[in-house]
Design a protein. Structure first.
Length: 233
């Protein structure tokens, strides 16, 4: 798929640009249909984005925040993405649909979470790792080949098994928004934009994709590459 690429100065600029971008479809979708569906991955940049958005006049009560991936760990554990998301949201009254990673039967829990997903997402946020992984889907993990379940379990990775949305889930998205920062992600970013499907991230498909990268990840100064990015769904 084609990726629009926007390069800004640093992670703080990525967070600010991302917050402004997310706010547009949030307002537009609630005006049009009464609900905004947003799936979000973990990481410092998305937590910074939510911390900024939490102070904005957004239609939070009509916003449903789904999880893209989550570590199997107890509630409140600092390794849980949910812990940091809740801290970033503060008192913003968004509906957060929690991945049931503490259920006894994790395969059944993943199936139930997949069944709770909307027909389409208005926006899906993804990140990128130095090995080209996204959404906890790392190279050679069997979860990469799941064709028919929108949520499944990964193999253990860096000390945790995870629950994740599989490839069919982002394909429901009107828009994918990537946050990519740091020189360690320079090579996988170039491979993602080039469509190198040997990395998991490049196998993501959606109606549209905007990559927000900082100068360190892009290997150049702030600039906009390609056509003007969409204003949101």
């Amino acid at each position: 798929m084609h990726h629009e690429l926007e390069v800004v100065a640093d992670p703080d600029a990525v967070a600010g640009t991302a917050a402004a971008f997310v706010a547009r479809p949030a307002r537009a979708c609630v005006r049009a249909r009464g609900r905004f569906t947003f799936a979000v991955s973990g990481g410092h940049t998305p937590w910074a984005v939510f911390a900024r958005l939490a102070h904005e006049d957004l239609p939070w009560e009509q916003t449903a925040v789904f999880r893209v991936d989550e570590r199997v760990a107890p509630d409140g554990d600092p390794d849980r993405n949910l812990t940091h998301l809740r801290e970033s949201l503060g008192t913003a009254p968004a509906e957060v649909i929690v991945m049931p990673v503490n259920d006894a039967g994790l395969d059944a829990a993943a199936a139930a979470y997949g069944g709770s997903l909307p027909e389409r997402f208005d926006l899906v946020h993804l990140g990128l790792g130095p090995d080209g992984h996204t959404a906890s889907r790392v190279p050679r993990d069997p979860v990469l080949e799941v064709p028919d379940r929108p949520a499944a379990l990964t193999a253990p990775y860096m000390g945790h098994q995870r629950m994740t949305l599989t490839r069919p889930a982002p394909a429901r998205a009107q828009q994918v928004l990537w946050f990519i920062t740091g020189a360690c992600n320079r090579e996988p970013l170039s491979r993602l934009v080039a469509g190198d499907r040997s990395i998991p991230a490049a196998r993501v498909e959606a109606a549209a994709s905007l990559v927000l990268a900082d100068a360190a990840a892009a290997g150049r100064g702030p600039a906009r590459a390609g056509a003007r990015p969409p204003a949101g769904p």
